[in-house]
Ligand binder design. Structure first.
Ligand SMILES: *[C@@H]1O[C@H](CO)[C@@H](O)[C@H](O)[C@H]1NC(C)=O
Ligand SMILES: *[C@@H]1O[C@H](CO)[C@@H](O)[C@H](O)[C@H]1NC(C)=O
Ligand SMILES: *[C@@H]1O[C@H](CO)[C@@H](O)[C@H](O)[C@H]1NC(C)=O
Ligand SMILES: *[C@@H]1O[C@H](CO)[C@@H](O)[C@H](O)[C@H]1NC(C)=O
Length: 823
């Protein structure tokens, strides 16, 4: 085939030649003949020369413009030399010992850089330092490489380790035995703030091409002598944080030393997370360290200078007022001390309420507060805290704030209030801590005062269980395997004897019956975690038909099935913004916090039901959302619109929100609109959605998945119910816990079926209404994926403090979903 292609090309060239031969005679028109042969030669030569020149010029232009634009690249890194001992003289770069060893290392580096993709472009290598162990040599190498070869150079340099492995064996008796080499591409930028201007900088290639891999980039930021720097990351998207993922570090100094580090950033941050940092002086250093995989858009940042703060704190007088850490909600500057002297009218007392409090230093226990802290009357406060109050027994209080050299946080926002010492909480209940809470929260079984003072000396109601220690707790927390009383008295009546096994359904069996091949529990849980299990309806079945003993093996990141089928279709249940969200207001959700949440709207009626995204085209919701009501046939797909990526109902036109028409609604044929048994529907979108940072599917659990009683789950929604009622604008969330089915069934006078599960709310206000009919109930496991555990079904749809809510149990309806959607 090669030969044939060769001859074909030859023929082509001949053709061109023939055309050329014909071309010249064609120019020889009759006119030319008249002018004589001499003139003809001149004209021909001129034309040929002209053609040649244009050809060469074209080639040169092409060559210089597109092919030969040389770019300078600098890599720095280190390598380890094994067969050499360290001398003190190696610390002095002028010593003859240093110079000699440097020469040897240099020639070694040159040796292994002798690779077709590297060698020709290598300009210079400089050894900058040595350190012990055996000897580590630090170097940088400079390259001048044509643009079109730059990528292969990067690739080759990224794998210096294999260069050295290839090079080593070629030397029979190496002078230096080099073991490991690391090379970083270095990129350095130096920026100076301009008076009254904002300076922007980005990762190289931002946002459409990847930033360099194996790189170490520095941006030195400078400002005028008496100014400080305010730096903000406008966009920041690196690969998810792991031990060796790409990261940014910001320093309050020009040298990258840990004691001056302000923050380490990786992954990406929800838009509500404040990424503004302040320096304590006129310099800052931003570094980016990248590994060899994963190249994301990178970051875009801006900075400007502002005058140095003269004093921090001051005297605050009056009935009430507010104060914050400097530059709040930006990260407060390091090396700062503030003192606020607060004084209210002399007949009153004063208290300070911290509404937002983020004074967290990585690795510092909140019990010691040795680095950054707030101090009031000798007590230090630090870490991340929810709202708290510090009260004084006089009309004065002094609040101090201290930040040390390293790591800063968002700080606090506080208010001071004067109060009457005889009636500190008019119309409300006063916790012993000084906090005022709603009267209805007294003796309701919930600790609303951090010290529990609202639940002391209470008489239990008939909805409550009396603990041995005297607390009153909602009855639905009895027998859920969680010690709510504190003395475990709510769990005693349902625990098993010492030598017996407690089944998932609560039954006790003798320990000896575990793993005996018989389903003694009647829910399979005694046979669930044994080796070599036969397949039952309680064991997870791999695609190849083998069964596993492991509980909940699907999508847990470990290969359990030989065919790995337990880890298939696991692109689900992950939030894009993995960083902690820090939003104002207890139950409001952050953007992207629940990316599978869907809002279903009906034309002219707005938000009616919630749903969960389970794939690009399918949603899961509740069947009762699509019942005919007041003459409207809600089962008609054209009535509905689905909003995805939505957090605030008032922002439905937001850039990240996706809107879809509905193609099909399939309600469970066994759905009973009297008992609400089988309350599930699947909804197909007319066109698939695009997954994004705010639109992601939730994982569907296997039918054998176990959500144990007492497990923490989250329910989300705008608080709308089918019956109407005003919902919230911002997506609400509530932490809830699975209630013992037997206990709940008693409380709900026998209305539960096996397709239902019962939950009680753990967080949220008294009248909070967080769920939506059809909305998701999900399990939150910090390190792994989230699974859909239930669908908001009945019991008001709203999660309320003293009322259990009833949800459709996903696992018992899992096979139906598979049948309808194939998922
Ligand atoms: C470093 O070595 C040079 C040359 O031997 C010597 O002149 C100089 O004093 C040394 N410096 C230190 C700090 O030891
Ligand atoms: C962060 O703090 C700065 C300074 O106070 C403020 O201007 C900015 O709006 C804040 N950004 C966010 C996302 O809260
Ligand atoms: C400061 O704390 C002490 C006890 O630690 C208390 O007796 C005193 O009243 C407090 N002072 C003020 C002004 O609250
Ligand atoms: C549920 O409560 C009953 C008592 O009402 C108890 O016997 C059973 O063990 C409990 N179930 C679980 C799973 O704890």
């Amino acid at each position: 085939a090669g030969a044939r292609r060769g001859s074909a090309r030859g023929a082509g060239d001949m053709n061109n030649l023939e055309e050329g031969v014909e071309f010249l005679p064609a120019m020889n028109s009759k006119k030319m003949e008249k002018r004589g042969p001499k003139r003809r030669v001149v004209v021909t030569v001129v034309i040929v020369v002209f053609l040649l020149i244009s050809l060469i010029t074209g080639l040169l232009v092409w060559h210089f413009k597109y092919r030969n634009v040389a770019v300078q690249k600098v890599f720095n890194g280190h390598l380890r030399v094994l067969n050499w001992d360290f001398l003190d003289a190696y610390e002095n770069s002028s010593s003859p010992e240093f110079v000699m060893l440097a020469r040897k290392v240099k020639s070694t580096v040159r040796g292994f850089l002798n690779h077709a993709d590297i060698g020709p472009y290598h300009k210079e290598t400089v050894i900058t330092a040595f350190s012990e162990g055996s000897i580590i040599a630090y170097y940088w190498s400079e390259f001048l490489v044509p643009k079109y070869r730059a990528e292969s150079l990067d690739r080759a340099m990224a794998d210096t380790q294999s260069l050295i492995q290839r090079w080593n064996p070629r030397l029979r008796n190496p002078m230096l035995k080099v073991e490991s080499v690391v090379a970083f591409q270095s990129c350095m930028f130096s920026l100076h703030a301009k008076e009254g201007e904002i300076t922007t900088f980005t990762t190289p290639g931002f946002p459409n091409s990847p930033y360099p891999n194996n790189a170490l980039c520095y941006w030195t930021l400078r400002a005028d002598a008496n100014a400080v720097i305010s730096l903000t990351f406008k966009t920041l998207e690196l690969e998810p944080c792991t031990d060796d993922s790409d990261y940014i570090k910001v320093y309050n100094s020009l040298s990258p030393v840990e004691p001056h580090a302000l923050v380490r950033l990786c992954g990406n941050y929800a838009p509500s997370y404040n990424l503004t940092f302040l320096s304590s002086q006129n310099v800052m250093l931003v570094t980016l360290i990248t590994n060899k995989e994963g190249r994301f858009p990178g970051f875009k940042a801006e900075f400007f200078q502002l005058p140095k703060m003269k004093v921090c704190g001051g005297t605050l007088k009056g009935e009430s007022g507010t104060f914050t850490t400097p530059y709040y909600p930006a990260h407060y500057p390091p090396v700062t001390d503030c003192v606020w002297n607060i004084e209210v009218p002399s007949k009153k007392n004063v208290k300070v309420r911290f509404n937002m409090f983020f004074v967290l230093e990585p690795g510092i226990p909140v019990s010691s507060c040795t680095k950054d802290y707030v101090q009031i009357n000798g007590t230090r406060y630090c870490g991340e805290r929810s709202q708290f109050v510090v009260a004084s027994t006089t009309n004065k209080i002094e609040v101090r704030f201290h930040s040390d050299q390293s790591y800063t946080d968002t700080g606090f926002s506080a208010e001071y209030l004067s109060y009457d010492s005889s009636d500190p909480c008019p119309g409300k209940f006063a916790c012993n801590t000084g906090r005022c809470i709603d009267r209805s929260m007294r003796c309701d079984g919930w600790l609303d005062c951090v010290d529990g003072s609202d639940e002391r000396s209470c008489a239990c109601t008939d909805q409550q269980f009396r603990c041995q220690n005297g607390w009153c707790k909602p009855k639905f927390w009895v027998c859920d395997n969680v010690n709510d009383c504190g003395d475990n008295s709510d769990e005693l009546q349902c625990s098993c004897a010492a030598d017996s096994f407690k089944c998932n359904n609560g039954k006790c069996i003798p320990e000896a019956q575990k793993c005996d091949g018989k389903d003694d529990c009647e829910d399979g849980s005694d046979e669930g975690s044994c080796s070599n299990v036969p397949c039952t309806e309680y064991t997870y079945k791999c695609h190849n038909g083998r069964c596993l003993s492991k509980q909940n093996p699907e999508c847990d990141g470990e290969q359990d099935c030989e065919d790995n089928s337990d880890e298939h279709n696991c692109n689900c249940g992950i939030r894009s913004y993995i960083r902690k969200s820090r939003i104002v207001g207890g139950q409001n959700s952050d953007v992207g916090e629940w990316p599978w949440q869907v809002s279903l709207h009906v034309k002219g009626q707005g938000h009616i039901c919630g749903a969960s995204l389970i794939s690009e085209s399918w949603l899961v919701s509740a069947a009762h959302c699509f019942l005919q009501l007041q003459g409207i046939r809600y089962s008609e797909p054209s009535l509905w619109t689905a909003y995805l990526g939505l957090t605030d109902q008032g922002n439905r036109n937001g850039a990240n929100v996706q809107t879809r028409k509905i193609k099909r609604i399939i309600s469970h044929s066994y759905f009973n609109d009297y008992t609400y048994d089988y309350d599930i529907a699947v909804v197909e979108l007319q066109t698939p959605v695009t997954f994004s940072s705010v639109v992601q599917p939730i994982c569907l659990p296997d039918a054998t998945h176990n959500f144990p009683v007492g497990k923490d789950l989250w329910v989300t929604g705008w608080g709308a119910t089918m019956e109407g009622g005003s919902g919230a604008s911002v997506l609400q969330k509530a932490e809830i816990r699975l209630i013992n089915q037997t206990v709940c069934n008693e409380l709900l006078t026998d209305q539960l079926t096996p397709r239902m599960m019962c939950v009680g709310i753990l967080t949220g206000g008294v009248d909070a209404c967080q769920g939506d009919s059809g909305g998701p109930l999900v399990s939150v496991e910090p390190s792994t994926r989230m699974f859909l555990a239930g669908i908001v079904s009945w019991g008001d749809g709203c999660a309320q403090r003293n009322k259990p809510g009833v949800y459709s149990r996903l696992t018992s309806l899992r096979d139906w979903i598979k049948k309808q959607t194939g998922l």
